[in-house]
Design a protein around this ligand. Structure first.
Ligand SMILES: Cc1ncc(COP(=O)(O)O)c(C=O)c1O
Length: 388
């Protein structure tokens, strides 16, 4: 029997419409150049270069040796969920009970489940422009629509409450907040976050970069309202990207549905990684502080270096490990420019257009790379710009 031909047309429209992640396209091109012998400095990928704390690695090995490698409760280990609640109490003085926490294999699955239980077909979700590029894909995947609210460079790319209010409609179901933010590295002011929770739609607060702040402080949406969804995970703060662990803290009435989805789609998050994450929360404070000091030093080097080269950084980024630099004086097409920087300077960066039309003309640099590499990258970009 002849099999029908495999073609793109067999892939549903919903999936075909999904845009590729341009940071990955740059990375793939960079790998091609590396395969040909070029030396590339990677400032495009939002992944800590630092090692996962030793106590976390050891806890994982212990869990495996002790054969703690079976399915866990679908919501996640009770001990871990209790520790997450303690963490939110200690950091933000908020009371969360473990029955409101669902542990997932990364923040990304938490996001998928959260939008799944929250959005009805044709509901609208408000996103800032620029935003983390995967958000629209999750939202469209569950049948909802995007409404973007442009945010301004001179306001640190943060929402203005007035602009969000103007964007509200009958169908607005949720407002996504990400602070410290990818791609801008800026932090939302407390009063703006509070104001967003008072507008009506549910706030979905992606707090994955919490803890990575170098000036001022971060606030959790849970400080201002209980009926919010908080997304968080271990990838960034604990340098655990490949371990795949995250969680969602949700309002009580959604928990049963979240749990049902988790049971059906994923059963539970990885058990030994959950034990390791418990140790991360309990014992890795010192290592995390040291990592923050390292990032902070690199941040100063990168911000000062980019400004010297002529990139615009109006509001200094104070969190995460990103700088979204204004490159309009050098380019109007950020994708082309990022490829040019890669080809001619041997430095990987992410084009602003990856994060929304409002970030066209900008380039995102990450400082999740060594100080030496950052300095070398800046020098290479200087030479490239001068020769251009
Ligand atoms: C804002 C934001 N949220 C979520 C994620 C995904 O995190 P995880 O590795 O936990 O799936 C990322 C990864 O870059 C991110 O930047």
């Amino acid at each position: 029997m002849n099999k029908p031909p495999q073609s793109d047309r067999q892939v549903p429209q919903l999936v075909q419409g999904m845009k590729p992640f341009l940071a990955m396209e740059i990375l793939e091109k960079a790998k091609e150049l590396e395969a040909k012998g070029r030396h590339i400095i990677h400032l495009e990928i939002g992944e800590p270069d630092l090692e996962t704390p030793a106590c976390v690695r050891e806890a994982c090995i212990r869990a495996l040796t002790d054969r703690r490698s079976q399915y866990t409760h679908s919501l996640g280990l009770l001990e871990l969920r209790e520790e997450i609640c303690r963490e939110y109490k200690a950091r933000y003085n908020v009371d969360v009970t473990p029955n409101r926490v669902l542990v997932t294999s990364g923040t990304s699955p938490a996001m998928l489940l959260a939008f799944s239980v929250l959005c009805h077909p044709d509901d609208e979700v408000i996103l800032s422009d620029p935003h983390y590029p995967c958000y629209p894909n999750f939202i469209r995947y569950v049948g909802a629509r995007i409404r973007t609210v442009p945010v301004r460079e001179e306001e640190g790319f943060q929402y203005s409450l007035g602009a969000v209010k103007e964007g509200l409609g009958e169908k607005t179901r949720a407002i996504v907040v990400n602070s410290p933010a990818n791609p801008t590295g800026t932090v939302i002011p407390a009063e703006t976050l509070k104001g967003l929770t008072e507008l009506g739609p549910c706030v979905v607060s992606d707090e994955i970069y919490h803890g990575l702040v170098y000036e001022g402080e971060t606030h959790s949406a849970l400080e201002y309202a209980q009926d919010v969804f908080v997304l968080n995970g271990f990838s960034k703060l604990y340098a655990m990207t490949g371990w795949r662990l995250g969680y969602v803290i949700a309002p009580e009435p959604f928990m049963r549905s979240l749990q049902t989805l988790q049971q059906n789609f994923f059963i539970s998050a990885n058990s030994f990684v959950q034990w390791a994450a418990l140790t991360a929360l309990r014992e890795a404070r010192q290592e995390v502080e040291e990592m923050c000091e390292i990032y902070n030093e690199r941040r100063s080097v990168l911000v000062a270096g980019l400004r010297k080269l002529g990139f615009g950084i109006e509001v200094e980024p104070t969190g995460a490990f990103y700088v979204l630099a204004n490159a309009k004086k050098f380019c109007s097409d950020s994708l082309l420019f990022a490829f040019e920087i890669l080809e001619h300077a041997g430095v990987g960066t992410t084009p602003g257009i990856d994060f929304g039309p409002n970030a066209e003309g900008y380039i995102r640099f990450t400082y999740a790379n060594s100080r030496e590499n950052i300095e070398e990258a800046l020098e290479r970009i200087r030479v490239f710009l001068e020769s251009r």
